[in-house]
Design a protein around this ligand. Structure first.
Ligand SMILES: Cc1cc2nc3c(=O)[nH]c(=O)nc-3n(C[C@H](O)[C@H](O)[C@H](O)COP(=O)(O)OP(=O)(O)OC[C@H]3O[C@@H](n4cnc5c(N)ncnc54)[C@H](O)[C@@H]3O)c2cc1C
Ligand SMILES: NC(=O)c1ccc[n+]([C@@H]2O[C@H](COP(=O)([O-])OP(=O)(O)OC[C@H]3O[C@@H](n4cnc5c(N)ncnc54)[C@H](O)[C@@H]3O)[C@@H](O)[C@H]2O)c1
Length: 444
């Protein structure tokens, strides 16, 4: 290992590795990771979750076709499904590290902390220095400050469960809770969700969320709205969850009330890097309060959704910046945001809430898609679209949708929004028919 690098990167998740690959072969780079190379997304986030959804969504498609050509709904074999997931995740840390090393990036596995603006101390007390430091340390699950918090599990535990507990309770009704509750319920567990207000998934349109909640109730999930969890205790193999309204028992309790930025171990104050409760403070160039130190990805306090493609986008931007190729503040493209599931909610562009607040600027139209051929064919009984147009130009500027096959339309419309395509331009294109894409000429 050298004693000086051009760039030191803390964190080998999507954000940190994007910075490293952007600089590989051009600068001397050291990536420091104190846990799993690859970070949250491929080890304990997006990717393992969607491995579980491979079986869960297939089962759901089969169950929708009962009486329409298919008989018998298959059971999910949790240990088999977990083995399928582990066959993927077990390769990630070594594979990620090998990829970095092959690209010419040096790696260090262990704890490190900032000593000042340019110096970092490793676990064995050696000190190394760098011209630039990039902080890409992500977030970790937050636990409520209640008696019994040490009994609570997190999404990390759920996504690596050997056996599926019979009865699972989630605290919180954000993206993590709603997606994992859907998986658990479809896989055969009894599921409760306790939420402190009556508005799950607050960032998404309420009319669509209400429909989703009803679908989840129909699937057997029980919601406990407007309740605050006061304590969790254990009696034998059972957990007792006391809220301000009732007491529930469960075999497994998952806290999914949000995630906090990983900043505690970095000694940021020694270098003068400023933070707030949301994470590391940056300007429009992703520069922290200290010259030469950047922050990217989930660890940043920012209004954009904290997602993998956003983290990688920021990582590539900072790599360009360090290479001296950036003159403009970061400009995010339209960011699609989706809740994966057997019914998916997605949105992109101008939000429903923003459109409601500015009726002079935006026109909202809501469509029931259930009778459209595309959705009728797969017996999608909840499919909806909300289209938001500029009152001035008539052009589509925002979209939200609910559907069992939601990700396809969301990505197509994200392209339409990014390229500012008009209906006239869509009419001049030919798509494979019949498909989600061939519906575009009727939607845009
Ligand atoms: C259950 C779940 C499901 C998700 N599903 C999706 C999805 O479907 N789609 C999507 O786009 N996003 C999803 N996300 C979010 C996505 O995982 C994150 O947005 C993404 O991983 C952020 O990348 P990052 O590099 O900023 O942080 P991370 O991936 O968290 O990587 C940060 C890395 O820094 C390391 N680190 C922390 N502290 C230190 C330190 N002191 N020194 C060295 N290293 C350190 C960590 O160990 C970690 O490896 C999901 C998240 C969760 C939890
Ligand atoms: N499909 C995806 O893209 C995807 C999926 C999962 C996670 N993620 C990422 O991970 C992030 C974290 O997800 P999350 O679900 O942990 O956080 P979140 O912020 O999305 O949701 C947490 C929910 O818990 C509620 N809450 C807070 N304190 C509570 C309490 N004491 N009791 C009950 N409820 C409480 C909040 O009101 C909120 O609705 C997401 O914001 C997103 O960036 C993305």
């Amino acid at each position: 290992m050298k004693t000086h690098y051009d760039v030191l990167i803390f964190g080998a998740g999507p954000a940190g590795t994007a910075v490293a690959y952007g600089l590989a072969g051009k600068k001397s780079v050291l990536v420091i990771e104190d846990d799993l190379f690859g970070g949250t997304c491929p080890n304990r986030g997006c990717d393992p979750k969607k491995m579980l959804y491979s079986a869960v969504q297939t089962r759901d498609r089969v169950s929708r076709m009962q009486g329409s050509g298919l008989k018998n709904v298959p059971q999910i074999d949790w240990p088999d499904l977990m083995a399928f997931k582990r066959a993927y995740t077990s390769q990630i840390p070594a594979g990620t590290r090998k990829g970095l090393v092959s690209a010419g990036v040096e790696t260090y596995h262990g704890r490190a902390k900032l000593v000042d603006q340019h110096q970092v101390q490793l676990a064995d007390h050696t000190t190394i220095s760098a011209d630039n430091v990039v902080l890409a340390t992500g977030r970790q699950p937050q636990l409520p400050d209640i008696p019994g918090r040490s009994l609570l599990k997190t999404s990390n535990d759920f996504l690596d469960l050997d056996a599926l507990p019979k009865h699972i309770t989630f605290i919180g009704a954000g993206l993590v809770a709603m997606e994992l509750a859907n998986i658990a319920s479809q896989a055969g567990a009894d599921v409760d969700i306790i939420h402190h207000n009556d508005q799950p998934l607050k960032a998404f349109p309420k009319p669509l969320v209400d429909l989703l909640v009803q679908e989840m109730i129909d699937d057997g999930i029980t919601f406990h709205f407007d309740q605050n969890v006061a304590a969790v205790s254990q009696s034998g193999a059972d957990y007792e969850i006391t809220t301000d309204k009732e007491t529930l028992t469960s075999d497994y309790v998952v806290a999914a009330i949000g995630r906090t930025a990983n900043v505690a171990d970095l000694q940021l104050t020694k270098a003068g890097v400023k933070t707030d409760r949301q994470g590391i403070l940056v300007d429009d160039y992703l520069r922290t309060s200290v010259d030469g130190i950047y922050a990217v990805g989930d660890v940043v306090a920012k209004p954009q959704p904290k997602l993998t493609p956003v983290a990688s986008f920021e990582g590539r931007y900072v790599a360009d910046s360090i290479m001296g190729r950036v003159t403009q503040p970061i400009q995010y493209p339209v960011i699609p945001h989706i809740l994966f599931g057997t019914t998916e909610i997605g949105q992109a562009g101008v939000s429903y809430q923003e459109a409601l607040a500015h009726p002079d600027q935006y026109r909202i139209s809501s469509l029931d898609l259930t009778h459209w051929y595309t959705y009728n064919r797969v017996k999608d009984n909840a499919a909806r679209a909300i289209l938001i147009r500029s009152t001035k130009s008539g052009r589509l500027v925002g979209f939200a949708g609910l559907s069992a096959i939601g990700e396809q339309l969301l990505n197509l419309l994200t392209t339409v929004l990014n390229l500012k395509l008009t209906n006239n331009q869509i009419q001049h294109m030919i798509f494979a028919y019949p498909s989600v894409a061939s519906d575009l000429q009727y939607l845009v």
